[in-house]
Design a protein around this ligand. Structure first.
Ligand SMILES: Cc1cc2nc3c(=O)[nH]c(=O)nc-3n(C[C@H](O)[C@H](O)[C@H](O)COP(=O)(O)OP(=O)(O)OC[C@H]3O[C@@H](n4cnc5c(N)ncnc54)[C@H](O)[C@@H]3O)c2cc1C
Ligand SMILES: *[C@@H]1O[C@H](CO)[C@@H](O)[C@H](O)[C@H]1NC(C)=O
Ligand SMILES: *[C@@H]1O[C@H](CO)[C@@H](O)[C@H](O)[C@H]1NC(C)=O
Length: 500
């Protein structure tokens, strides 16, 4: 293996200043202006993000620079911007196909410190519940490609973790979509019928191997043991420490020759030659110098509009800040089977849309801790157009810490959170995701800019979209053709076509 160098000092020293685990994080309203903090460029990754639950302790490659100096002389085959699951998977897949490729990765902060290192820990195929909408919008063939990609992507992640023996606490769990109103549940039950009809008629084209089970009314409450729900749809999902999975993906890339440069912000992209000259060349200006590549890959998620003004001008990509909290129920969860079903998603009327739970299981680090995500309904702007993940929203934090008692019920949760949680176990963090008007990722060639490619904007669902999107992107970049299974509705070009 190549020798790896860790960067311990930086000119902007506070980038690497450790945040005490239990320290209260800054809350938006009174965030202090501190002159030591490196300047925050609006829309770009914040230099001092909240520390997520998963990033303790930091991974051994967190601050890696494969070469101490930024390699400014070499023209790389690929320059990938972003070290989340999208960038990591792209690098890993490129180098797995052709180990002779030269691949440089730029990451503004520490490795996998974007949404991939700070999400809720779910990897599950929840979006297939939208299949009716997809059929109406795209027709049945494309709708099924979208649904199949989601399940295949989750399967690929599972196989990746298993094949490479990744120690990221991957678990197969029973997951559920839970419904709080009769109307919501009625709609969900109709979708299940629709999915079953599709499965009968087109067995080879639907997502396979993950049947849904429906529980209605009292059956749902008896089965799932959440006292307020009207219905549940259960199936197989997964929980993991996403930070460790993505860091493992990066390490496999590093073993194959990837050059990773953390704490290196891409600031500007310039095409220095292009068609009719087939060999395009791009320059990427960073805060440490300018690097060159034949192809450039944007894997920059919600920070993409800051780096690419053309894409920003389409208004197709909306950065959104998501928030999560790690809380400890007052009651002992280890003996309670309710906490084994550790992965749920629900439209809790107060905080929704889209609250979710993962539970740290016996044997996991932090066993018994419940991770609650969501609460965007508490924010008048739904946290749209925010790219600052150095602070948390206090109203959302209060909601996420308190909602467990209501959803699980006092009998399961206990009357209050565990006292110790106030000190050590309770933790809030934020991360930036990216939404499109149609809820689907943006993958492929950037129109009119030969050599520039993107796999961005996973709509808060990247653990189920990104690995397969990267596979499609790598196929497009290396062969010039999208694979037959790639859904047209994911095409990057649609951002420019949409009339807004
Ligand atoms: C709180 C929270 C909970 C979530 N829960 C779930 C969940 O349970 N299940 C699920 O499937 N998804 C979840 N998501 C969404 C999921 O994490 C993302 O969809 C996924 O991680 C996106 O991966 P990515 O690689 O595309 O982007 P990211 O992981 O965000 O990576 C982008 C990287 O690019 C870097 N970057 C950006 N701009 C620049 C630049 N100019 N120069 C250099 N580097 C740059 C960033 O620093 C970042 O590291 C959640 C997200 C959050 C924040
Ligand atoms: C998998 O990893 C664990 C520790 O992370 C190790 O004990 C085990 O031997 C590994 N197994 C294989 C097949 O590499
Ligand atoms: C976020 O920005 C988009 C334009 O890109 C705009 O349409 C939307 O209304 C904004 N949202 C909020 C809450 O300001």
């Amino acid at each position: 293996m190549r020798s790896l160098q860790l960067v311990n000092t930086l000119t902007a020293g506070s980038l690497l200043a450790p945040t005490a685990w239990s320290a209260a994080v800054a809350v938006e309203s009174n965030s202090p202006s501190c002159s030591d903090t490196p300047a925050y460029l609006e829309g770009f990754p914040h230099p001092n993000p909240t520390k997520s639950y998963w990033q303790d302790p930091p991974h051994r490659i967190a601050n890696l620079r494969s070469t101490p100096d930024l390699p400014t002389e070499q023209v790389f085959d690929y320059v990938i911007i972003g070290s989340g699951v999208s960038g990591a998977a792209t690098a890993f897949k490129l180098l797995s196909r052709d180990p002779d490729l030269s691949v440089l990765m730029l990451e503004a902060r520490s490795a996998a410190s974007g949404a991939s290192g700070r999400n809720g820990g779910h990897c599950r195929t929840g979006d297939y519940q939208l299949v009716k909408e997809w059929v109406d919008l795209y027709g049945e063939d494309e709708a099924l490609k979208v649904g199949k990609l989601e399940q295949d992507c989750v399967n690929d992640m599972r196989e990746f973790v298993s094949k490479y023996n990744v120690s990221s606490g991957w678990r197969n769990v029973e997951t559920a979509d839970l419904y709080y109103t009769k109307e919501q549940f009625k709609k969900a039950a109709e979708v299940i019928e629709f999915q079953r009809e599709l499965a009968q008629r087109r067995p080879d084209d639907v997502p396979q191997g993950n049947p849904r089970t429906v529980y209605s009314g009292q059956d749902a409450r008896d089965y799932w043991q959440w006292p307020e729900i009207m219905g549940a749809v259960t199936y197989t999902g997964h929980t993991q420490n996403p930070y460790l999975t993505v860091c493992a993906m990066l390490e496999l890339g590093l073993e194959k020759g990837l050059n990773l440069q953390t704490h290196t912000m891409a600031l500007q992209l310039t095409q220095v030659s292009g068609p009719p000259d087939a060999s395009t060349e791009w320059e990427v200006k960073t805060d440490r110098g300018t690097v060159k590549g034949t192809k450039v890959v944007l894997a920059t998620n919600g920070f993409t509009p800051a780096l690419h003004p053309g894409l920003a001008s389409t208004h197709f990509l909306t950065p959104v800040r998501n928030q999560a909290a790690a809380v400890r129920p007052g009651a002992d969860t280890a003996q309670n089977p309710v906490f084994k079903r550790s992965s749920t998603y629900s439209d809790q009327p107060m905080g929704g849309p889209g609250d979710y739970v993962t539970v740290r299981q016996p044997g996991d680090a932090g066993a018994g801790t419940v991770i609650y995500g969501g609460g965007q309904g508490l924010s008048p702007t739904r946290e749209q157009n925010l790219t600052d993940d150095s602070v948390v929203n206090a109203d959302i934090a209060a909601y996420l810490r308190g909602i467990g008692r209501l959803t699980y019920g006092h009998a399961n949760w206990g009357d209050a959170n565990a006292a110790e949680s106030a000190a050590a176990a309770q933790h809030d963090w934020t991360g930036i995701v990216c939404h499109t008007p149609d809820g689907l990722p943006v993958v492929g060639a950037v129109p009119g800019e030969a050599g520039l490619w993107a796999s961005v904007c996973m709509n808060g669902h990247g653990m189920a979209w990104a690995f397969r999107s990267a596979e499609a992107l790598v196929e497009m970049m290396t062969t010039g053709e999208a694979p037959g299974w790639f859904p047209e509705p994911f095409r990057a070009g649609r951002a420019w076509e949409a009339k807004r």
